[in-house]
Design a protein around this ligand. Structure first.
Ligand code: DX5
Ligand code: ZN
Length: 231
């Protein structure tokens, strides 16, 4: 089995938003594979960040894909707006919708807009919320911290969920990206890729440094030897 491409994905939550366009371009030039946009509504999580207009600004600034992470209570209501704004991947939380059928319906809707659909779960939520929809999912986001803010420490227990999703994907012959988000740095990234993750979101580790390329290269090198074999 071949290794899956590792994607390193800076989150703009920790970028200098006074210079958003310059920041995301710098991340792209430093070797980022996608740009991660954290959308918070003050309801699903306490913080409020931004909406589709900022996603659109990011999209216009870079040529790499834009990965949008919806931490909002009503993702069905806003999915189309974020797809129209230029999301290339749109991830919603399984626990924010009402059961597996709603998960499937929203996945299908996002795909119908030509956008790659993804599903996230917080550390205390089970993967069973979406596992029966796995064939309809392009990207699974296993939160490695509780959604809501940057700069938290990775919760090691969630690595078991990454392994379980990767094993299930291999077993079913599905080519799925597994994303991790929260507390990712030059040390924790390798734990996640060894467990089967291949999309690594990093906010403060990249944007709170003076040398984005050095941070991205450190993550990339650390994951080179640790990646689980995946289809
Ligand atoms: C947390 C967000 C993350 C956040 C990660 O709710 O989903 O994307 O930006 O920040 P770090 O990498 O600093 O833990
Ligand atoms: Zn995120």
């Amino acid at each position: 089995m071949a290794a899956k491409q590792i994607k390193i994905v800076p989150s703009i939550l920790s970028a200098d938003l006074r210079a958003l366009s310059r920041e995301v371009k710098a991340a792209q030039d430093a070797g980022a594979d996608m740009i991660h946009c954290d959308v918070m509504d003050g309801h699903f999580v306490p913080n409020i960040t931004f909406g589709p207009l900022v996603v659109e600004a990011v999209k216009k600034s870079v040529s790499i894909p834009v990965d949008v992470h919806l931490m909002i209570s009503d993702p069905r209501r806003y999915a189309k707006s974020f797809c129209d704004a230029g999301a290339d991947v749109l991830v919603f939380h399984a626990e924010a919708v009402d059961g597996l059928n709603s998960v499937k319906t929203l996945l299908d809707e996002i795909r119908s807009y030509g956008v790659r659909p993804g599903v996230a779960v917080n550390p205390d939520k089970p993967i069973e919320l979406f596992m029966d929809a796995l064939p309809a999912i392009d990207q699974v986001l296993i939160m490695t911290v509780y959604a809501g803010s940057a700069g938290q420490k990775l919760i090691v227990d969630v690595l078991d969920k990454i392994r379980a999703v990767r094993q299930a994907a291999i077993h079913r012959g599905l080519d799925i990206d597994i994303e991790v988000d929260g507390g990712i740095n030059g040390e924790t990234a390798a734990l996640c890729t060894a467990a089967g993750a291949n999309v690594l979101v990093a906010g403060s580790y990249i944007f709170c440094s003076n040398d984005y390329a050095e941070r991205i290269n450190t993550i990339r090198k650390s994951t080179n030897l640790s990646q689980a074999s995946v289809p």
